[in-house]
Design a protein around this ligand. Sequence first.
Ligand code: 5GP
Ligand code: MN
Length: 318
Amino acid sequence: MRISEEILKHQRFVVTTHVEPDGDAVGSALAVFHALQSLGKDVVVCLADSVPPLYRFLPGSYEIQRKVPLEFLPECVMVLDCSELRRAGDIINQVDLRSVVLMNIDHHNSNTHFGDLNLVEESAATGELIYNIIKDLGISISQEMGICIYTAILTDTGGFRYRNTTRQSLQIAAEIVGLGVNPGEIAEKACESYPVERFQILGKALQNLRVGCGGKVADFFVSRSMFNGNGISPSIVEGFVNYPREINGVLVSVFFREKGDNEYRVSLRSKGDADVSAVAQLFGGGGHRNAAGCLVEGNFEAVREQVLRRICEVIQGT
Ligand code: 5GP
Ligand code: MN
């Protein structure tokens, strides 16, 4: 594999991933961190946003930096789980891209192949590609790497439930369980350790749940005021979009989060063939067929109306 040959040639690495990191992003970055450290490399994981509290159980999470240290001059920058370079946020501006080997490792179809080396393969999670690289490097998977990779796959497959789950996802997970990693324990940490405020906000948000497009689309939103301004991280609502998917007959669920004045983060999830990444791309975002997102500006009802109209068009075409 070109990527592993190149890794072996260098000593200093910056590893980064996308803004508003999820379990696949943090898990993949930390798995690489442990793997490269086991080879004696110097590696700094730098993320533009802080690690959501839910993922701080991942081994190494407290070593993640918010900026590339000034004195650290990497030879390689590894960008994980980003379909385009700007998804990595400000980290990219902190390195001289002309003097490094830029490695792009991602599982999005829409990836722009922005790297000097690109490993872009369709798989349930970037964590699966990281597993393959680690194996190719001849490293045996440690418990720490296993926990990180398992969490990456667990979260990006919605707990091995979504249609992106493959035999490979389950085989990697099974191998990691064979190392002594406990699936129930990880699920409790990654999926069942939310603060009570999440459910208080969910209760408020579900009041505005609406179902349209002949019962096939469900949407709801959170406004900034629902956070009560008490410093709660927006990551507390991660995954809200999944709840309306559980309604019988709903093919697409949509979740709007007020991010700034007239600025909404839109999360989209679908069942079956309905391609929500096509809708996200119309609004400058991206993602996968069944999970995508974008940022849309405008007044809430106008944003909602535009997004839902596009979704309904996609559904009627399938
Ligand atoms: P989420 O709804 O969890 O924020 O995002 C779901 C998926 O959509 C992510 O894993 C990512 O692949 C993609 N995604 C979300 N927001 C954006 C965006 O603004 N740009 C791009 N390119 N992809 C996004
Ligand atoms: Mn991912």
